[in-house]
Design a protein around this ligand. Sequence first.
Ligand code: SAM
Length: 306
Amino acid sequence: MKDKCNREIKHLRFSITSKCNYNCIYCDQEGFIPKTSELTVDEITKLCKILAEILHVTRIKFTGGEPLCREEIVQIIKNVSDLHLYKDISMTTNGLLLYEKAEELYKAGLNRINVSLSSLNPELYKKIYGSDSLEIVLKGLKKAKEVGFNPIKLNFVLMKGLNDGELDNLIEFCGINNYILQLIELHEVSDAIGGNGDFYKRHHLDVKPIIEELESKAKETITRGSMQNRKVFKLNNSAVVETITPSHEFCMGCTKLRVGCDGNLFGCLYRSDLGKNIKEALRNHHSLSKYEQIVKQVVDSREPYY
Ligand code: SAM
């Protein structure tokens, strides 16, 4: 299904809980605050099936809050994997519970993980994430590699005056361990979800000059057309760096539909207000055409630029 800007919806970002065991200083809460209770495991599975049937999407990323805080996480992954409708099932996690859950998650059918890692310095890590747990996260990453996750991506949110001196470290760490680094430009968190513009003003750093430098050093550069036109650089130390910067180009290449943990479907990180809640329809076992109507309304509400 295409939106009015001819962007086809190709993948889902599904928040399965708003609970979190971290308190990240930059957190965007995935752009929404749940208004009602969480979807049940059966509702999540059913919705994944319906959305795959309506949109023909084959890629899904689970997020939170912290998705590993959802007790039934392994069951959710297994159910969605057993639908045999998704070729790529991934998750973004802070990694705190990864060491204990990596193996079960992999066996249940999770294909890929992204782990938030904006510092390799324990003190700074604690300051950014509000949790003194770098060591266990690193253990979790190792375990994830051992059980077979590939690729493993590290989400590095660049913040001026905090971790801007750590980028080279992280690139080296990724080169050595064969992880992919996602260099993410800090974005503003809207007031509607408790954002604090001051934090953004103090710590936002334009990633463009860094991208130019990486490009000049790269032995190969790729643009991921289906992923918001993200640039990917392959560097000489075998590190791979993907860049995520909010921009017009970014929106032009956006093919994502978001699902909130309470069943709110929406088309943009910054516009959960344009969403439509699908939980009522799920509870009343509506026909596929009713779901189609809701999904179409949401897809049609997508703006050219947020
Ligand atoms: N708790 C999980 C985690 O840490 O990955 C999932 C939720 S978290 C909101 C998902 C990702 O959103 C984080 O890895 C981070 O990269 C990104 N993120 C959150 N707030 C952000 C902000 N203000 N600017 C840039 N990226 C942000």
